[in-house]
Design a protein around this ligand. Structure first.
Ligand code: S3P
Length: 433
């Protein structure tokens, strides 16, 4: 078995400087996928070099797409069009990446060949029925473990029929999988969702020339469509910036400028939540880049207050709850997070993982069926925690370590490569101690 990396961190004060976070993970996946499905060349820059996006890149190479890598984050994708993909010679490994597996399933469901998708031990435990069900309704044949609900998934693709699909959960992965199948299918496919989930697929498909319609409560596409190759610049990932936003707020005497961060309203729940808690976050230099809003974020140490977080705010900050829980520990009063049962089926059960880590370090966090209740203790004593192999738990605990009284040891930290290569170096760079 591979040896798991372990790190011990001590408190830091006076965080200062400019931070450039890596490219947005959701946008990077889609850029690789849609450029592969487009006709002609697309140059992509600012792409996330994390392991998750490598899984998507390797998947499209396995499907016969030529992708030249100029340097680390600049790529040229030679798109093959919707009918140019080839049957892969081997099983496609999606690694830890739910986005790779679920979105590619939507693409492969309509392709006239056989493919198999698998992933690491964590991804193979995650629920796939949510995409298997609508894609099967459209006529795809998808087989998997546990009554076709878990990977490996075997897909026998082919001509599909359009559907109107009401998703029980606000999930961009479900919405995107159905739209990607729908855009290859003759007729109109519509997806309804209970709250608006991230809309990067809709924005980027339009950017590649697809006349996709978004409306309150969902999106629709009439297929078959064609995508035209386009050059694309990926903005910094707000989910990676979130760690430095929280650090900037809870560490005394901190002031950080986070450059070039995507602030798409379907992703910016973290800014709203931290501001509602009393955090000082300014948006500077707001602009639009390839259909996505972008800004620089200036964050300064602030006194925080606990709040209730639920409803439409939850999907808008779904990946940020581990680090929000660290902010809540350093707020006055109680923070109650509900309507967030989805956290139980992320890279790990993030409700149990976050509560166990915070309690282990001397905080007070109580799991709820669909969220958690965090009492602001204003301090953590320190100790040892595990990341549960989850990149966002590892990085959240690193932020907690900045303000803990004693040392914090985090076991299993190599998983940060999933979404944030260079995280530990960046954290060291902004420490002035
Ligand atoms: C993602 C959607 C979200 C998010 C994940 C990335 C995407 O998942 O948690 O990290 O890129 O579409 P769900 O669709 O399961 O909510």
């Amino acid at each position: 078995m591979e040896k798991l990396e372990k790190r011990t961190l001590k408190a830091g004060t006076n965080l200062r400087g400019e931070v450039r976070v890596p490219g947005d993970k959701s946008i990077s996946h889609r850029a690789l996928m849609f450029a592969s499905l487009a006709r002609g060349k697309s140059q992509i820059s600012g792409l996330l070099q994390g392991e998750d996006c490598h899984a998507t890149l390797n998947a499209f190479r396995a499907l016969g797409v030529q992708i030249d890598s100029r340097d680390n984050s600049h790529l040229c994708v030679h798109g093959v069009g919707l009918s140019g993909l080839q049957e892969p010679a081997n099983v496609i490994d999606c690694g830890n990446s739910g986005t790779t597996m679920r979105l590619i399933s939507g693409i492969l469901a309509a392709q006239p060949f056989f493919s198999v998708l698998t992933g690491d031990q964590y991804l193979r435990k995650r629920p796939m029925r949510r995409i298997v069900e609508p894609l099967t309704q459209m006529g795809a044949r998808i087989y998997g473990r546990d009554q076709h609900s878990r990977a490996p998934l075997a897909i026998v693709g082919g001509a599909l029929k359009p559907i109107d699909y009401s998703s029980a959960i606000a999930s961009a992965q479900v919405k995107s999988a159905v739209l990607l199948a729908g855009m290859q299918t003759r007729g109109t496919t519509t997806v309804f969702e209970p709250h608006l989930s991230r809309d990067h697929s809709e924005r980027m498909l339009r950017y590649f020339g697809v006349p996709l319609e978004s409306f309150p409560g969902g999106a629709r596409v009439t297929g078959p469509v064609e995508l035209e190759g386009r050059d694309l610049v990926v903005p910094g990932d707000i989910s990676s910036a979130a760690f430095f936003l929280v650090a900037g707020l809870i560490v005394p005497d901190a002031e950080l400028l986070l450059k070039n961060v995507g602030i798409n309203p379907t992703r910016s729940g973290i800014i709203d939540i931290l501001r509602l808690m009393g955090g000082s976050i300014e948006l500077l230099n707001e602009r639009e880049q390839c259909g996505e809003p972008v800004a620089d974020l200036l964050v300064k140490s602030s006194s925080l207050t606990g709040i209730d977080i639920n409803g439409e705010l939850v999907p808008r900050a779904i990946d940020e709850f581990p680090v929000i829980s660290v902010a809540a520990t350093f707020a006055t009063g109680v923070t109650v997070i509900t309507d967030a049962a989805e956290l139980r089926v992320k890279e790990t059960d993030r409700i149990e993982a976050v509560c166990s880590c915070l309690n282990q370090l001397g905080g007070r966090a109580e799991p709820l069926a669909d969220g958690m209740m965090i009492t602001g203790t204003g301090h953590l004593s320190g100790g040892q925690v595990t990341s549960y192999g989850d990149h966002r738990i590892a990085m959240s605990m690193a932020i907690a370590a900045l303000v803990a009284d004693g040392q914090v040891t985090i076991e299993d930290t190599s998983c940060t490569e999933t979404s944030f290569p260079g995280f530990w170096d960046l954290l060291n760079q902004i420490r002035q101690d």
